[in-house]
Design a protein around this ligand. Structure first.
Ligand SMILES: [Zn+2]
Length: 58
């Protein structure tokens, strides 16, 4: 399984929006980011990412 992760806030609350001229686009429902750049991770990478996020917050 692949996860789409927002490059701004790290959320996986990502929606795919079909672009017209620019090509593919994604929208983050958490921070409002819209763009064609998105981080793709598999399950292992995503879990590591979440762990790092947690520990960097403290
Ligand atoms: Zn976001």
């Amino acid at each position: 399984m692949r996860f789409l992760v927002c490059p701004v806030c790290g959320s996986t609350n990502i929606y795919y929006e079909a672009g017209m001229i620019e090509g593919q686009k994604y929208k983050c429902n958490d921070c409002g980011y819209v763009g064609s750049f998105i981080i793709e991770m598999d399950e292992k990478e995503y879990q590591r990412f979440i762990e790092e996020k947690k520990s960097s917050r403290q």
